[in-house]
Design a binder for this molecule. Sequence first.
Ligand code: ADP
Ligand code: ZN
Length: 432
Amino acid sequence: MERYFQPEIECMERPAIEEHQLKQLQWQVKRVYENVAMYRERMDDAGVKPEDIKSLDDLSKLPFTTKQDLRDYYPFQLLAVPKKQIVRIQASSGTTGKQIVSGYTRHDLDDWANGFARQLVAAGGDDHSIVQVSYGYGLFTGGLGAHQGAEKVGAMVIPTSSGNTERQIRFLCDLGSTHLCCTPSYAMYIGETVKEMGVKNQLKLKAGIFGAEPWTEEMRHQIEEALGIKAHDVYGLTEIMGPGVSYECSMQQGMHICEDMIIPEIIDPDTGEVLPKGSFGELVLSTITKEGQPLLRYRTRDLCTLDYSPCECGRTHVRMRKPAGRTDDMLIIRGVNVFPSQIEEVLLRNSIEVSPNYQIVVDRVNNTDTFDINVELSPKFTGDVDAEKRKLETQLQSMLGIKAKVHLLRPKSIERSEGKAKRVIDNRKLHD
Ligand code: ADP
Ligand code: ZN
């Protein structure tokens, strides 16, 4: 039977959610107008006053906030409270440029802990659980985010942080950890090492909570198989709050967004227009309970769809589908749009022959883009390397609509990631 951490919130009827959202949105718009110069100026420019927000549809009258704004107003100019009320600073991983910071009040940390606690309980966790947090601790939101959520549930928390993989696995076995929290690429690496150490039968793991980077369904199956668990997807971003913005229930059909704290929208990334329910586009989030650094209509650059259909788990909050990638992850190679997730899908389809450890290298030679994909052969591979390479190149071409050169490498020759994986090396920037 499905269990909930806060059933009165997680299973609220839609009209009650909307009533709560409107009240909170009005409260938030008024306070950012009064306390944050950037929002006041932008709203004045757009001719919108806080009193103009009379329904949830009026959200679209408000200006967007972008990652560039967080850089321009770095570090504290977007705070809506006096600095002394901020009790924690976290920073983004800087995957796509200069780091940004976000300040949280005590109340904001509590909200965030509730978000992750909902995830842990949805993954079968409770106060008997033993939760190993193998996300990095520090400025990255993964470690502390999972930690405080698991503590809130009353679980026993093991703050191993990332790295030292053999010790991680010893702890998994010796302490009988029931839940593992880390990035999916690190979970793959842990799974691979568990196999080498031959200790799968000593694990007590039941479920894993993996997020902070895109991953495919195929990767989910591999992790579930390697560790003998159910793998849940969790989503978050430093700007809003870390892991727990949305979380996956036992149905594994998308992540429930904490709609009591956040209002999601999907827009067309090119025009900024709000798209009808169910469309694929860029996810935009407004924080309606956050005190420290509230953001209105924050453009996440993550591409996904929202699913408002009822979920069998009983939760009523909308589900976001696994983000397909970011608008800024997309590579344009010889004029064609390429997402790393498409390449991963092809590699995982061939998981008997190759491992999903890969790297994409793009460069420019004589004004033409070069496109190379380095992939490790699986340790079990015994076939013909040239034939394998040609097969992958053909499959990739039909997936991407463009030709890539595949290089098959010996197992373990690509560096493993203990946090977010680095899949793309784009050397074209060096020539600009
Ligand atoms: P950075 O933008 O520097 O990587 P964060 O550490 O805050 O900073 O990462 C947030 C981003 O990570 C999200 O915007 C999203 O692109 C990605 N992300 C987080 N969780 C997931 C997930 N479950 N699936 C896909 N992408 C995710
Ligand atoms: Zn559900």
